[in-house]
Design a protein around this ligand. Sequence first.
Ligand code: GAP
Length: 492
Amino acid sequence: MNMDVLVSLSKRRGFVFQSSEIYGGTGSCWDYGPLGVELKNNIKRVWWRDFVQNRADMVGIDASILMHPTVWKASGHLDHFTDPMVDCRECKHRFRADHVDELPWTHYCPATKGNKFTIPAGEPCGHCGQRRTLCPECGKGELTAPRQFNLMFKTFMGPVEEDAAVTYLRPETAQAMFVNFDNVLQSMRLKLPFGIAQAGRSFRNEITPGNFIFRTREFEQMEIEYFVNPNDKVDGRPADEYWHDRWIEDCMAWFRRYGLAADNLRLREHERDELAHYAKRTVDIEDRFPIGWSELMGIANRTDFDLKQHSKWSGKSLTYFDEERKEHVVPYVVEPAAGVDRALLAFMADAYREEEVRGEKRVVLKFHPELAPVKVAVLPLLKKRDDIVRTAQTIRVDLAKHWRVVYDDTAAIGRLYRRQDEVGTPYCVTIDVQTVGDSERGEVGDLRVTIRERDSMEQIRVPIAELSTVFRELLDGAPWSQVSGRYPSPRG
Ligand code: GAP
């Protein structure tokens, strides 16, 4: 699947727009449109429901983005949250030193009288055999030696721009869960193991953002800090190691449950030398994005690093009293950390299909119904008939009390179906003459409407009075075949 196709569909159908587009756009910032915000909210909602609401061992918080600046000293972000950066001496373009060889590069080939070529990332020139040594962008300038660049956005708290007022936009949501550890523990009277979850915005001044919403400077994360007693054993294994594996399995299962194909997902174990300064072990869940295999989320065993650091820098005890052993312990923490925007990109790319239906191309987003931005579209077959339109509007109002439902009468039915397929609406309801009857001919309506299912394109006739019950069943996860078997098809 090609990223340009997704970018164009996203703009055309109101999922994602370039930020401040009328001013020429803001580098790597994106705005979610009317359908994008529904999709994004649905992802966060099911994540929160499955990992917080449904579990007795989880609670949530919603912390402020601006935190005390010492948080970032204690966490190591001020000293370590850096990427190596190189500049082109000629065109002044900036690159992450460790990403330069992943870019296609511009080359003026000496074997072809200096002709200009764009050569795929990592490959030598097919004419002269040279490999890239100069700037990949302009092909002329030398690159500077790498220097470290801190990725945190700096700002000032209050009206005076002085050193004492410096603060940072959070680069991850995680730290608020550590600094609130004791508040949450005491207020909720929790027992280990337990987790704190948070979904919210994070900011990173990425040197080379890009690939649509994959790497941006402002994004949303859904993070969990799961605290365990390091002295406990589960199934004969240290509790932190057991829970790390459990979370890896649970997160993989979650992405599969909402539609990512098993062969588009894989695990990648971090090598020793790439582990973050706080991690004992980290495993990434990678997805086969349109740009190739890349990180969708990370699941790290952060040990007791963060609680110990915040205890040291704040002077406050951040321990848990182990009643059984009668001792205070600093819990270990397992951290499943996912990006909302990356999850949205993965769900969209995986759902995208181009199919041929009766000789015509149909584009369809096969979203899991829980993620689909619109659940039901109500479509009158004849917009000139007041009784049909009135019935359709009444049905929309009724169903909209429970789900996101749209009404559309601006095209012929075939076109309306294609429009809904393209944005992933799982069900369409059509209202026709048979529904309302024809008073001029003395015919009464059967008060049934047609429900069309997106993936199979099958249709059934359902009494209007049963619509809410049928959609409740379907949208709660009942398979289409289970429901469709109970009703006749339109011509049946
Ligand atoms: N607290 C740990 C942490 O933040 P991370 O691997 O740096 O770990 C977690 O980030 C997830 O956040 C990533 O797997 C990715 O999905 C998302 N993420 C990180 N940086 C991002 C960026 N610049 N743009 C979009 N998503 C990003």
